[in-house]
Design a protein around this ligand. Structure first.
Ligand code: ADP
Ligand code: MG
Length: 700
């Protein structure tokens, strides 16, 4: 079937071996089918050319036609910018380039007419176009009847071989007429009807060669739907497969330890959200299959106690538990917290990190192997080969984004039957990422803070308000509070960063002189012992101010510290700012976060500062972060690399993804193996695109 689509691209009329090699190399296009799936990134509307006088909107795309002249170069000795003007009957408008300058400089012939496509941006009360697409104006384009034309991404290497966007468009056109009848449907009729989708063949045809803008929209909708549908099918297929077929230790009982802790040692009533997620986790643990659950909860939402109670369930069922943290400081803090909470209970706990001494290490290894050691807390040191458990029942990974998927996989190998896995993250993950990047995991959210937590009051101050800031800090110290001052890593070199930090530290020493004030300092290049010593000074209240790089970002809990000053706050991403702010507001006092920046800021940085000032809600901040930075840069993104959709868009498709996920879930609930005759067509397509069998019983 469809074998024409599997043909090598070389055999398409107009391609040949030379161009084929370029298409292989530059665009990963090897077959007819690959080219068919190389969608235009936009369409030019040849039926509509705007006039310069019509431009009245910032950030809107316009298509103009006119002469280009008045070319000016800026920057000596290095060319940094070129401007030019495009003129039509109604006026002139400025064009600007910052890249590819040499080429631009000689590109335009005076008196020749050009077609321009680009986004108008408002600048100094005028509009201009930055890096517009410009091509020679060809009147024939406007008489051929095809008003919408696909524009394809091409590379420099392609252009030098005569394979610009127009040539690609021509090749696609040739292809379409040749394979039109081979493009077969992948959805059953009942889905096409219910979702009002146009046929697949029509969609492919019209996304490349739209008959009109309505058909183009329907085509994009249809193909987007298909892309998300099969992506979710894969995720949910994996998830259900695991739930149905991968054995896990059944934690049947909630026993002595859990009940004793709950009844007698709980230091505070759990929030409803904590109760709910414990219930969700317990449900997974009792099911007899392996749990893979993601627990999201903002900084301070109380994940530690949830982790502890879940570990107690493992112990109650005769298993050991491991808690893995990303840094030694955090691992040590977990140990301390958990030891305190379990003080009056008969549970054996140990800490294993890179700096655990050989002698202690040996004792730990023995305890793990004979089962007397029940809870192991540590850094990634605990996934080393030689760490063997008697019966590891659950691994809890704190602060997921620091760990790679590979490390998680290694944890799975600790037993024949894989331990349950609970991944905890303090970085709230935008919903679209939770449904895609983490779509194969179960998801729990602690979306409620423990009672009595006051909002951290956040202010954005400029450098010229420094004196004001220092005065404020002095007042806070006078009423007994402690203060963090955090410096970002600014330079490529650690040495320069250290200098930057030291300069800040010295200037603070002048503002807060001894002996009235005491300042401690922690940074990444200190020896663990020194770091610990300085930390302890702060923890014990011997220092008023802690100057630090982002080593304190994760997990430190000092309730008396109520002010967080972030220097060069614009250098941090939103989720990092939010994490840092989470270090304060842990006690009963009103807490503050001061974001210090220079006066000049990018629009994006301003938005980040404004978001921090506006809200304390980590989930909301995560959504803004995704919008500003895109999925690749967001902290919730899995390290294995982000998903690349052809048409799907994580920033825009939240509703669609949610809907499709629901649909696929429902379908798999009713027909988990896609055995119904009408569903066969999707199974076949699934197996083709993912090159694996859908049939679970054949997966060992
Ligand atoms: P996370 O790890 O989610 O950032 P922690 O587990 O460190 O948060 O908890 C933050 C603080 O809140 C700790 O001091 C903890 O004792 C406290 N806490 C947690 N749950 C509750 C609760 N239900 N009621 C009151 N305080 C709580
Ligand atoms: Mg924590």
């Amino acid at each position: 079937m469809n074998n024409l689509l599997d043909n090598k691209i070389e055999f398409l009329k107009g391609v040949g071996p030379k161009r084929a090699a370029i298409l292989n190399k530059e665009l990963n296009i090897f077959t007819f089918d690959d080219l068919l799936n190389y969608f235009p990134f936009r369409h030019t509307d040849k039926s509509r050319i705007h006039k310069v006088a019509e431009i009245d909107n910032d950030n809107v795309y316009y298509q103009l036609a006119g002469k280009i002249d008045n070319i000016k170069s800026y920057g000596t000795p290095r060319l940094t910018r070129i401007t030019a003007t495009l003129t039509d009957e109604t006026g002139s408008i400025e064009l600007v380039w910052f890249k590819g300058l040499k080429w631009i400089k000689t590109r335009f012939v005076p008196q020749q007419k050009y077609l321009l496509f680009g986004k108008a941006s408002a600048f100094n009360n005028k509009f201009n176009f930055v890096h517009p697409d410009v091509e020679d104006f060809n009147p024939a384009d406007f008489t051929q009847g095809e008003s919408l034309q696909g524009v394809y991404n091409t590379t420099e290497a392609m252009k030098t071989q005569g394979l610009g966007t127009k040539s690609v468009a021509r090749l696609v056109k040739t292809l379409l007429f040749q394979v039109k009848d081979m493009i077969t449907e992948v959805f059953p009729q009942y889905i096409l009807d219910k979702e009002k989708l146009i046929s697949r063949a029509d969609a492919y045809f019209n996304i490349h060669l739209p008959s009109d803008s309505n058909m183009l929209q329907l085509s994009v909708n249809r193909l987007k739907f298909e892309e998300h549908f099969f992506f979710q099918l894969q995720l949910l297929h994996n998830k259900k497969n695991r739930e149905l077929y991968v054995k896990g230790f059944p934690f049947k009982v909630v026993g002595q330890l859990f009940n004793d802790f709950y009844a007698n040692h709980l230091p505070f009533p759990l929030t409803n959200a904590q109760k709910r997620v414990i219930k969700e986790i317990r449900h997974d643990l009792g099911a007899g299959t392996q749990m893979n659950r993601l627990l999201q909860g903002d900084v301070g939402s109380g994940k530690t106690i949830v982790a502890l109670m879940v570990m107690l369930i493992a112990l109650d069922n005769g298993y050991q538990a491991a808690l893995m943290a990303p840094t030694e400081i955090l691992a040590a803090q977990h140990l301390q917290t958990i030891q305190t909470l379990l003080e009056k209970m008969p549970v054996e706990i140990a800490l294993l990190t890179g700096s655990t001494k050989a002698k202690q290490r040996k004792i730990i290894h023995e305890g793990l192997q004979n089962g007397t050691l029940q809870i192991l807390i540590g850094t990634h040191a605990l996934i080393e080969e030689n760490v063997q458990f008697k019966q590891l029942g659950i691994t809890i990974i704190d602060e997921q984004h620091r760990f790679g998927v590979a490390q998680r996989a290694r944890m799975q190998e600790k037993n024949d039957i894989p331990p349950h896995i609970l991944v905890m993250t303090a970085t709230p993950i935008p919903r679209t990422l939770a449904m895609t990047q983490y779509g194969d995991l179960n998801n729990s959210r602690i979306d409620e803070m423990p009672p009595g937590r006051k909002m951290v009051e956040t202010r954005h101050l400029y450098q010229h308000q420094r004196l004001q800031m220092i005065g404020f800090l002095k007042k806070q110290i006078a009423i007994g509070r402690q203060i963090y001052i955090v410096y970002p890593l600014i330079h490529e070199s650690e040495k320069l960063d250290l200098i930057n930090l030291m300069e800040g530290y010295e200037s603070l020493l002048r503002d807060f002189p001894e002996p009235d004030y005491r300042i401690c300092m922690v940074h990444g290049q200190m020896k663990a012992a020194d770091k610990d010593f300085e930390m302890q000074r702060f923890v014990k209240g011997q220092a008023h101010i802690m100057v630090a790089t982002t080593v304190i970002e994760v997990g430190v809990n000092i309730p008396n510290a109520s002010v967080m000053v972030i220097e060069h706050a614009d250098r941090f991403g939103l989720s990092q700012l939010h994490q840092l702010r989470g270090r304060v507001g842990r006690g009963a006092d009103q807490s503050y976060c001061l974001l210090m920046t220079d006066f000049k800021l990018t629009a994006e940085a301003k938005k980040r500062m404004a978001t921090m000032v506006r809200t304390n809600d980590g989930f909301e901040i995560a959504e803004v972060d995704l919008q500003l930075r895109g999925p690749g840069e967001t902290q919730g993104t899995r390290q294995s690399g982000q998903i690349e959709f052809k048409l799907g868009n994580l920033l825009q498709d939240e509703k669609l993804i949610k809907y499709v996920r629901h649909l696929v879930n429902q379908m798999l609930d009713e027909d988990p193996q896609l055995l119904k005759p009408e569903n066969q067509i999707m199974k076949t397509h699934f197996e083709k695109i993912f090159k694996k069998t859908f049939d679970w019983s054949r997966i060992s």
